[in-house]
Ligand binder design. Structure first.
Ligand code: CA
Length: 233
């Protein structure tokens, strides 16, 4: 089950429950990042790669439902709501906003792990579906993954290996915002630090090749303060 050492974000202001969840996650060899407030949760979400969110709805600063709403604007990351509120209305609202599942307090670590297994199955399936394709198309842009070739309006365009890696990464996550930190780790490796200038330069070079008007990009848009998104057009 635990294939990639997934990173969980546990958003919960109750220390006992937070510790209980993190302990259970660590026992199963998952990583656990914690946030006590919604603001803290959002700042973790833009600065690091999170695989699954466990979210309490009653937070001290603003409602957990607001986090679901915001996250769903740019990501399909699994969200499991963890809440003391067992009212159907909040539960339905959370699911309507895009939460994947719901756990009502109190719950056992067995129940917690069962929900996590379901969430991870969804996550792996999404990734597998994308990774099994050998060619990806968006608008007039096509990328042949097994041959490492890029075509624009059926004409092959020459990209550097770094530009190719950046484009393939965004393509595989089409529609989703990738944070600057995540992209840098994927392209240069984790030891490279956060050289956003190098990424900006690489992006500018790639845009000159694939965008008709690099100042008004159609394929790869900048999400200010967060990262970049390949548009699903
Ligand atoms: Ca709470």
């Amino acid at each position: 089950m635990n294939m990639y050492n997934e990173n969980f974000l546990v958003v919960e202001d109750d220390m006992q429950i937070r510790n209980f969840i993190c302990y259970a996650l660590k026992q199963a060899n998952f990583q656990c990042v914690t946030a006590l407030t919604a603001e803290e949760a959002l700042s973790h979400l833009i600065s690091q790669q999170i695989d699954v969110i466990l979210l309490d709805l009653g937070l001290p600063d603003f409602d957990g439902l607001e986090i679901i709403k915001r996250v769903r604007e740019w990501s399909d990351i699994p969200i499991i709501v963890v809440s003391a509120r067992d009212q159907d209305r909040e539960k339905a609202e959370a699911l309507d906003l895009g939460a994947d599942d719901y756990l009502t307090k109190p719950f056992s670590s067995t129940e917690l792990m069962a929900r996590i297994r379901v969430a991870l199955r969804h996550l792996y399936k999404q990734n597998r579906d994308r990774q099994q394709q050998s060619s990806l198309v968006v608008g007039e842009l096509r990328i042949e993954l097994d041959k490492h070739l890029v075509y624009l309006e059926e004409k092959e365009i020459h990209v550097t290996p770094m530009e190719y890696n950046l484009l393939a990464l965004l393509f595989k996550n089409i529609g989703k915002v990738l944070t600057t930190g995540y992209i840098i780790n994927e392209i240069w490796g984790a030891g490279y630090g956060r050289d956003t200038q190098a990424l900006r330069a690489l992006m500018a070079g790639l845009r000159r090749k694939i965008e008709r008007n690099p100042a008004k990009p159609r394929y790869i848009v900048t999400e200010i303060g967060v990262g970049y998104r390949m548009m699903d057009i």
